[in-house]
Design a protein around this ligand. Structure first.
Ligand code: M6R
Length: 369
């Protein structure tokens, strides 16, 4: 049932192009507009929404962080994202104009369930993004947009994450479409790019051998740091989470702009630092800033592992290891940038003799608070 792969995780990583394509299937029509009929919240109600709040845990929380950038940019609606386990304990401000999005692969995560129950008690509408038909979270929500990743068996989430991102983009674009924002042209262009993104994920998968080789050389390291900015920041957090749960290594993700506020003190000779570089075409100011960050940490001895778009030559002189990803619109980059980090963590876990599909102390779905 592992389809010839040694681990479910490897199989699930390989299934990502299909999972992404399946999650898009039937949701973008021939004219390039979105038809999310399953989201049974009437467009009139969505037009009245004045705030979006996303709740989720772990990897799903990282998808939510990325969704925040997309929702705020494309819809101009304020969007908060919060760890489900923290949410109801701070007495959040919620009302009937708040759209709450609960993201969960399993649909059974107790922290997320309790957060959505709290939101509904306050009169908010809840939209679930979920991978498991008929599970508790969609059953208790006002509406659900299913991710079509298929069953995810490995504890470490991979294909579910990519499909959560796709579902979040669809919701963000749909909100933009329904509410008619000034980004109409950009939204149409992104919908086009999203329709062909599965091919880009597939291309990344075809170039992963050097990433595996690199991972094997780092098996005896104690710490790996991850840096990113904008949507690359949650990608960095996701890379660190994968490494913790699979390789049992100390790993931390930082917003690269925060380096100078403390973490740069951690940089020492030969410390591996993975940097997710934003597209030089999109938010080019951020690109230039992160290139300076790479220079700074390299000057202090870090071993830089740079994930950058094809054609981005500015990073070349400062990259000890360069991992190329296809060019995408800025907001979609996490769909391709996360893949090497999954492969990296999986290979490190194998090299360290860890149980890849069933890491110690972890369960696939966390049904206790
Ligand atoms: O089933 P859920 O998406 O609600 O699960 C949330 C987290 O427990 C989950 O993403 C966890 O962080 C993964 N093991 C990460 O790989």
């Amino acid at each position: 049932e592992k389809g010839g792969y040694d681990y479910f995780m490897l199989k699930e990583i390989a299934e990502q192009p299909k999972a992404v394509a399946d999650t898009l299937l039937g949701r973008i029509d021939g004219s390039g507009s979105l038809t999310l009929d399953e989201v049974r919240i009437p467009p009139g109600v969505l037009r009245e929404i004045d705030k979006v709040v996303i709740v989720a845990c772990g990897t799903a929380f990282h998808a939510g962080m990325i969704a925040k950038y997309a929702i705020e940019h494309w819809t101009r609606l304020p969007c908060e994202v919060e760890l489900a386990s923290e949410f109801r304990y701070r007495d959040p401000i919620l009302d009937a104009q708040t759209l709450v999005i609960a993201i969960s692969q399993s649909g059974e995560t107790m922290d997320t369930l309790m957060a959505l129950r709290h939101a509904r008690e306050q009169g908010s509408r809840v939209l679930a993004i979920c991978n498991t038909n008929g599970s508790t979270i969609p059953r208790e929500s006002d509406a659900v947009l299913y991710t079509h990743a298929g069953p995810e068996v490995a504890v470490a989430s991979t294909k579910a994450f990519l499909t959560q991102l796709v579902a979040c983009y669809l919701v963000a674009l749909y909100l933009g479409q329904v509410r008619g924002t000034k980004w109409g042209d950009e939204i149409r262009a992104v919908i086009r790019d999203l329709s062909s993104i599965a091919g880009a994920v597939d291309r990344v998968l075809g170039t992963m051998e050097p990433v595996r080789e690199l991972a094997r050389t780092l098996a005896s390291k104690k710490t790996v740091l991850f840096l990113g900015r904008h949507v690359g920041y949650p990608v960095a957090l996701e890379g660190a989470l994968k490494l913790k749960e699979l390789a049992y290594m100390h790993a931390e993700g930082f917003a690269a702009g925060e380096l100078k506020h403390g973490p740069i003190a951690l940089i020492e000779e030969d410390l591996p630092v993975v940097v997710v570089v934003p597209s030089p075409r999109g938010r080019s100011v951020l690109h230039d800033k992160i290139v300076s960050n790479i220079q700074e940490i390299r000057a202090r001895g870090a071993r830089t592992i740079v994930i950058a778009e094809e054609g981005d030559e500015a990073v070349v002189p400062y990259a000890d290891h360069l991992i190329r990803i296809p060019a995408t619109p800025t907001l979609l980059q996490p769909l391709v940038a996360t893949v090497p980090l999954q492969v990296f963590a999986c290979e490190l876990a194998t090299a360290r003799g860890n149980e890849v599909d069933q890491p110690r102390n972890l369960a696939k779905s966390v049904t206790v608070e």
